[in-house]
Design a protein around this ligand. Structure first.
Ligand code: ZN
Length: 270
């Protein structure tokens, strides 16, 4: 068994003279990691197989509070095996207070609770879709030019009450401002009026990597449409639990919530 090192920096590194694996991205909470190896290799993360593209691309990521030691194994057709452990670096998250949330949203009635439950099941299902697109491996661009007004991971207090952390990157914007696809993909969900997230769109970038846009006022593409990086797909809005118009962009690896700010920094592996 050969020992190999991991690039913990946000650029691809060839690991040793005969390296058959390259990684790009930070080993950190919320981080997305791209990998490239021989297309015929078998790659497992914590014992579970990862999809490997015809070009040898694979991907995984670490959630907000992930501090576990993970194991990445690569088995080559010649029987050689490479193994390493990865422990995401811990982060400190901000505390953010949001005031002025409407009473019917703070204390939803049973009908609204049922609605929100149905919404989250739909979102979960869209994030579970596994396709062989490799758009995730080709780099991401910001979906909007606006100033960043909310970051990933913040512990949120709504009207003084602690609620679940914020998993998106919030950009300031006006209702109707264009929202671009951050990478190529296929639209897998659009619902104009989810209870908390309002107009909600999900784009699949392949291998379980998805973008979600929240609080939209409009969509210019339909479910099933293929979109390209930079294409205008939706409009900023203030729908759902929002105090004003802004774009909330989220990135997931299946149900694992990643930090879009880190995703933007990951450099594709040549
Ligand atoms: Zn947000």
């Amino acid at each position: 068994m050969r020992k190999w090192l991991i690039a913990t920096l946000a650029f691809p590194v060839t690991l040793h003279a005969f390296a058959q694996v390259k990684l790009s991205g930070e080993i950190i909470q919320g981080g997305l990691v791209l990998g490239k190896t021989e297309p015929s290799a078998i790659v497992t993360f914590d014992g579970k197989p990862l999809a490997v593209s015809k070009q040898g691309d694979f991907v995984f990521g670490f959630g907000r509070d992930d501090s576990k030691k993970h194991q990445l194994d690569i088995t080559y057709p010649d029987g050689n095996k490479e193994t390493t452990t990865l422990t995401p670096k811990k982060r400190q998250y901000q505390i953010q207070r949001v005031e002025g949330i409407a009473k019917k949203i703070m204390n939803p009635d049973p009908k609204a609770v049922a609605r929100a439950e149905k919404d989250s099941q739909q979102v979960r299902a869209a994030r579970e879709i596994k396709t062989n697109y490799i758009a995730f491996a080709q780099g991401f661009i910001p979906p909007i030019e606006g100033k960043i007004t909310g970051v990933y991971g913040s512990q949120r207090y709504y009207n003084g009450k602690p609620k679940s952390p914020h998993y998106g990157l919030d950009y300031a914007g006006k209702t109707g401002d264009p929202v671009k696809a951050p990478a190529n993909g296929t639209v897998t969900l659009y619902v104009p009026d989810m209870f908390y997230s309002g107009g909600t769109m999900i784009i699949d970038h392949g291998h379980g990597i998805t973008s979600s846009f929240l609080h939209l006022s409009d969509a210019y593409v339909d479910v099933g449409d293929k979109v390209s990086k930079g294409q205008i797909v939706a409009a900023v809005g203030a729908s759902g639990r929002a105090t004003g118009p802004h774009l909330d962009w989220r990135v997931n690896w299946f149900q694992e919530r990643l930090d879009p700010a880190l995703v933007l920094k990951v450099i594709p592996i040549k």
